[in-house]
Ligand binder design. Structure first.
Ligand SMILES: [Mg+2]
Length: 272
């Protein structure tokens, strides 16, 4: 049976505190051996995903900035895609509004809201806030679609969300930040596109496995065959209405590893 894995990064494949994937090595190795596509569905930017893919020595389709765009690398050039544009070496299916438009809303809202977005911050400040290295913070600042932000006081998020919606934008919540983005995008819509492409291009429909830890992962987890919630450090678990949702036993890469190995074994792809 063909399997397709769609995963959030921060707090799921990557540990919340230091972004390490070390504990997921056994599952990553099995995924490689079994040639299972591993699709990152993340709030991170293209530059950040490219860096991680290089570290893991993989070249797979990926979804950036909370569903803003779906990128297919040259390795998948034989796949038939719906309307895609060419961007550098990729084929890109664009779902989000431009970063310029999203930033314009931040400026517009500022007189009434104490909102602080990545576009207001230096790489040093982002590194500090997000526990990133300076180099990674610079990659996180290279944005195309969505704006991560903090709000003070955080209780005013419903008010800000209502204003954003009136302007055709949407707000969602990730592990560390809120994210402001175009209304046409979320992780669920992006996942539908990725799964659709694999379905149309395969003999058999792949079984889809999704993993995430935050509210912005819900639209993705609702659309996969096997949803797995990764618990969050310090509690406040993601709640999901589906009865067949599975909960990993540990946060971050350790929980991800065990949960993925479990599904691979069920699907007949366990260690030989
Ligand atoms: Mg996350």
């Amino acid at each position: 049976m063909a399997l397709l894995i769609l995963t959030d990064l921060d707090g799921s494949l990557l540990d919340h505190e230091d972004y390490s994937w070390h504990d997921a090595r056994p599952a990553l190795e099995r995924i490689r051996q079994a040639s299972v596509p591993l699709v990152f569905v993340t709030s991170k930017t293209r530059s950040e995903v490219e860096t991680l893919q290089r570290q893991l020595a993989i070249e797979e389709p990926f979804v950036v900035e909370n569903g803003g765009g779906v990128f297919f690398p040259p390795r998948y050039d034989e796949l038939e895609l719906p309307a895609a544009e060419v961007l550098d070496r990729y084929r890109l299916i664009r779902l989000g509004d431009s970063y310029t438009r999203v930033r314009a809303f931040v400026e517009e809202a500022r007189p009434r809201f104490d909102v602080l977005g990545f576009g207001d911050l230096s790489a040093e400040e982002i590194a500090e806030l997000a526990d990133l290295s300076l180099k990674d913070a610079e990659l996180a600042r290279q944005r195309d679609f969505a704006e991560p932000f903090l709000l003070d006081p955080v209780e005013r998020i419903d008010e800000l969300t209502a204003l954003a919606r009136r302007e055709g934008l949407e707000v969602t919540r990730g592990g560390r930040f809120f994210h402001l983005m175009g209304r046409g995008q979320d992780k669920g819509r992006a996942v539908e596109i990725v799964v659709g492409v694999f379905e149309r291009n395969s003999v058999e429909r792949p079984v889809t496995l999704g993993l995430g830890d935050s509210p912005n992962d819900l639209p993705m987890l609702e659309r996969v065959d096997i949803p797995i919630v990764i618990p969050r450090l310090g509690g406040g678990q993601l709640e999901m209405e589906r009865e067949d949702v599975r909960m990993a036993r540990f946060p971050g890469s350790k929980g991800w590893n065990e949960a993925v190995l479990g599904v691979l074994a069920e699907e007949g792809m366990g260690p030989e």
